[in-house]
Design a protein around this ligand. Structure first.
Ligand code: ADP
Ligand code: ZN
Length: 646
């Protein structure tokens, strides 16, 4: 995110206030307690026990009893001569007095005049101060420390939202500044129209959507898109990050949300942009069973309430960005909240070229620079990486004293950015790309022959999201809530298709299939232990399905005998093995198709639409597939797998 100016000017004032308070009250305290002991009469001090001894010896004439000590006067001593008497002091103080209920009696018995001192000269102000000052000092120190921690405004302006306000049109970003994400742009274009011509929609009784969720990897341009909407529509833009709501104190987040919406409603029509929505909107179920994060939950609840609370047509449109949509609380996605989701994907080759063009607009390029060629060499780069790349190349050119940026600068910049990126995001080398291409085509070919799973829409080797090096997008033709037995088998074979293709082509496997294998095994296990699909074991649930609303929670096994456990393991293995065999057999039979499609994918990075459909239609299934789908069984004496593959 680029740096923006914002109105955070209040911070220094509150800091000074806290500090000033501290200094003022420390001074008052000093005056009240320390000063009298410097300037007050300096009387010698003796132990309380000595005082009592003196009284009992009859040497004391007067005693002034204050709450914490006793000031007393000795009788003139007749045994010493007068010159010494003048030097020896006659007024003494005791050390602080223990509670001694016998004291009045002792004093009376020895004829000592005693009483309380006149009220101290500091008067009621001093008394008041000595009561009020300590808590105030405590507060001062506290405010001071909090300020220093940088949580600053929280202590004194608690609950004010920190949304940065951009005045009308000042985001200065237009759709033409965003490239390579055409689908997202097309969907968001509509929002601009809502903001500009609200009447057109409201006069027909249509409700303008309130919330749009932008989903995509970091740096793909989500913030930029949100700003572009505000820029195009010429409306104010409020931006705040989800993590900024959460502070030290419970309840602050909620009041910030309230404040944000208050401000936004005053400025409507406007755009409110919440970055990193996941920081705040994490599924409440994921807090664990024993209490979650109270503050976050309260904040989230407030957000939900506010979203429900304003009328659809007030002109406030909420945009939120996240790269982890799967952790979001389902309540956020309900109708009337973030019910529109726009995917901001990593750009493909053409998209990357377009983004390079946008960022090269203000850079002097030499004639030999071919942005298309640079796009080819930067698979996996997102918009932010490409912006960085152009800048890096320009810096290199300047350092080399050139008049314009040449292709060699870009080549070096790519290396720099990749070296810096390796840990952050994945950029595949050529061998890896090849493996991923065959792997994905393997999935796609099997998927196209299996029942119920829907059409293969897209294969891509542009790395995406967390962990995915490539992906095969399969869209169901309709909503499905049940999965038949043959579909489960088909799904398992599809999952194993990637690994099978690697085995077939490279005769070795890579680590890339671990997730597929995990999913395939899980599915096979569940079909036995949960769905009761095994002929041997019958419809007995071997797992307790307890927390169906908590994802990722491994349900425990029912208590089963070791024999049954063995049986389950055998069944699961048989299901997976058979599916693996079928996957290999299918790919073996379609070997040419696999090769051609993988090469094509390597060249284009993305295969979709008619091109893909035409290819996958050529796939054929071997004879044993149909029976296997129905029964899960393979012919008795199938040739050994290795022989089939040879
Ligand atoms: P996100 O919010 O998705 O993490 P940003 O919108 O903050 O990403 O992107 C950071 C910067 O990267 C932008 O300011 C812009 O310079 C550049 N950028 C990212 N995506 C694009 C894009 N699609 N087109 C042009 N520039 C982009
Ligand atoms: Zn895979």
């Amino acid at each position: 995110m680029p740096v923006e100016t914002n109105n955070k000017m209040k911070a220094p004032r509150s800091r000074q206030f806290g500090g000033g308070l501290l200094i003022l009250f420390t001074l008052l305290l000093l005056l009240n307690f320390v000063v009298p002991s410097f300037f007050g009469p300096r009387t010698p001090q003796i132990a309380y026990s000595d005082f009592v001894a003196q009284v009992q010896a009859g040497k004391v004439s007067q005693a002034l009893i204050t709450p914490d000590r006793i000031e007393f006067t000795l009788k003139p001593d007749p045994t010493t001569d007068s010159s010494q008497t003048q030097q020896a002091p006659r007024v003494y103080r005791t050390t602080p007095v223990p509670v001694d209920l016998d004291l009045p009696k002792i004093l009376r018995d020895n004829n000592v005049e005693f009483g309380a001192p006149p009220p101290s000269n500091s008067g009621w102000i001093g008394t008041l101060l000595s009561w009020v000052a300590p808590p105030l000092i405590f507060f001062g120190i506290w405010a001071f420390l909090i300020n220093r921690q940088g949580a600053g405004q929280a202590s004194l302006t608690v609950g004010k939202s920190k949304a940065r306000i951009y005045s009308e049109g000042s985001t200065g970003v237009k759709f033409s500044d965003v490239a390579g994400v055409d689908e997202a742009k097309a969907e968001l274009q509509e929002i601009v129209d809502f903001l500009k011509n609200a009447n057109k929609y409201t006069s027909l009784g249509a409700k303008i959507p309130k919330g749009v969720l932008l989903v995509g990897s970091p740096g793909t341009g989500k913030t930029l898109l949100a700003k572009a909407i505000a820029g195009e529509a010429g409306v104010p833009f409020f931006s705040i990050s989800g993590s900024e709501f959460i502070e030290l104190f419970v309840g602050v987040g909620a009041s910030r949300v309230r404040d944000l919406f208050d401000q936004a409603k005053k400025q409507a029509p406007c755009i409110v942009f919440i970055d990193e929505l996941d920081a705040l909107g994490k599924s409440r179920a994921q807090g664990g069973m024993y209490g979650g994060n109270d503050e976050r939950e309260q904040t989230l609840n407030q957000l939900l309430t506010e979203m429900d609370g304003f009328e659809a047509n007030t002109g406030v449109i909420l945009l939120a960005a996240t790269n982890r949509p799967e952790v979001l609380d389902p309540a956020l996605r309900r109708p009337g909240r973030f019910d529109r989701q726009v995917v901001v994907d990593r750009p493909d080759k053409i998209g990357r070229e377009a983004i390079l063009k946008v960022h090269a607009r203000n850079v002097k390029l030499a004639d030999d620079v071919d942005l298309g060629a640079i796009a080819v060499r930067t698979p996996g780069f997102v918009g932010a990486d490409l912006a960085n790349l152009v800048n890096e190349a320009a810096l290199l050119a300047a350092r080399n004293g050139r008049q314009a940026v040449v292709m060699a600068d870009f080549a070096e910049a790519i290396e720099r950015v990749i070296a810096g990126l390796e840990k952050k995001s994945r950029v595949l080398n050529d061998t890896e790309k090849k493996i991923v291409a065959y792997h994905e085509v393997g999935h796609a070919i099997i998927a196209s022959l299996m029942p119920g799973a829907g059409k293969v829409e897209k294969i891509s080797i542009v790395p995406r999201g967390v962990g995915a090096l490539g992906y095969t997008l399969q869209l169901p033709e309709e909503d499905r809530f049940l999965m038949a037995e043959d579909e489960i088998r088909g799904r398992i074979a599809t999952l194993l298709g990637g690994r099978s293709a690697e085995e077939l082509v490279f005769s070795k496997v890579s680590t890339g299939a671990s997730d597929d294998i995990q999913k395939a095994t899980d599915l096979a296990e569940r079909s036995v232990t949960l769905y009761g699909m095994s002929d041997h074991l019958g419809p007995i649930a071997f797992e307790k399905q307890q927390m169906q609303f908590l994802d990722g929670y491994q349900s425990p096994r029912r208590a089963v005998s070791p024999k049954v456990t063995e049986e389950i393991d055998r069944e699961v293995k048989e299901i997976v093995d058979n599916a693996h065999y079928v996957a290999l057999a299918i790919l073996n039979q379609n070997r040419d198709l696999l090769e051609e499609t993988a090469q094509d994918l390597l060249n284009r990075e993305v295969l979709e639409g008619d091109t893909l459909r035409d290819r996958l239609q050529q796939a054929t299934a071997p004879a044993e597939t149909e029976n296997w789908l129905l029964t899960g069984k393979l012919p008795e004496n199938i040739p050994l797998m290795q022989e089939t593959l040879a």
